[in-house]
Design a protein around this ligand. Structure first.
Ligand SMILES: Nc1ncnc2c1ncn2[C@@H]1O[C@H](COP(=O)(O)OP(=O)(O)OP(=O)(O)O)[C@@H](O)[C@H]1O
Ligand SMILES: [Mg+2]
Length: 213
């Protein structure tokens, strides 16, 4: 049985779609990966379309679109046929977001290290708690050191919430790779972005093991 990771955060532009695409490519290097786009904006699907003609696309990731009452059933099917299923959710708490979180083994909540992103995440955290699903934050577009980042880390720790120990920096490489239908590990395998993403992916898999044990 595969594992489902729902990437959810009510705050728009936090990096949900970028993270689903990038993690999807890294995980697909050694596993069978499905990406599920349940956001009507369909950016992930567009990335997949670009990917179909990208010469550097090295690994296969399958992209699916589904919404509504069939979502739970489709998640079950994808879980049975893939090692990892990553779900890109819309920036709203609606019934589809709830279905995705209900089906998830882990809810990954990207946030820029600034208080408004944490405030906006409350709805997603509440939903995960209601559905009894483990949730973890991932800092995205993060400066190496900043007072705000430290403040947020302290707040997350004080509330005994989970935070992935590897943060993603603000790097043009992510946006450029995404625009070309690629992962950073394909567009620039030796870049800092690729190294950081691999580290984040490893940390995520460790956390998933803990969540499931
Ligand atoms: N770490 C990063 N470095 C540089 N650019 C980034 C990074 N993460 C995301 N971006 C860029 O920020 C923008 C928003 O990211 P993305 O579309 O993934 O957010 P989202 O949470 O899916 O947004 P929405 O809520 O609208 O679905 C995109 O242009 C993306 O390329
Ligand atoms: Mg998105």
């Amino acid at each position: 049985m595969g594992k489902i990771i729902a990437v959810a955060q009510q705050k728009g532009g936090a990096g949900k779609t970028m993270i689903v695409s990038q993690l999807g490519v890294v995980l697909a290097e050694g596993a069978k990966v499905a990406l599920l786009d349940i956001d009507p904006q369909a950016s992930l699907t567009t990335w997949g379309r670009l990917r179909a003609t990208a010469s550097k696309a090295a690994v296969g990731v399958e992209i699916f679109t589904i919404s509504g009452w069939r979502l739970a059933n489709e998640l079950d099917k994808l879980k049975a046929s893939h090692d990892y299923v990553l779900v890109d959710t819309p920036p709203v708490i609606d019934s589809d977001a709830r279905r995705a979180i209900r089906g998830a083994d882990l809810v990954l909540v990207p946030l820029n290290p600034a208080p408004p992103d944490l405030w906006a995440a409350e709805g997603t955290l509440k939903l995960a708690a209601e559905e009894r699903r483990p949730a973890t934050f991932l800092f995205n577009r993060t400066p190496a050191a900043s007072r705000l980042r430290k403040r947020l880390e302290a707040e997350i720790s004080a509330r005994q919430l989970s935070l992935l120990p590897v943060a993603l920096a603000n790097r043009a490489g992510y946006a450029n790779a995404f625009a070309d239908g690629l992962g950073v590990t394909e567009a620039g395998p030796a870049t800092q972005a690729a190294a950081e993403l691999r580290a984040a992916s490893q940390a995520l898999l460790c956390l998933l093991d803990v969540a499931l044990s």
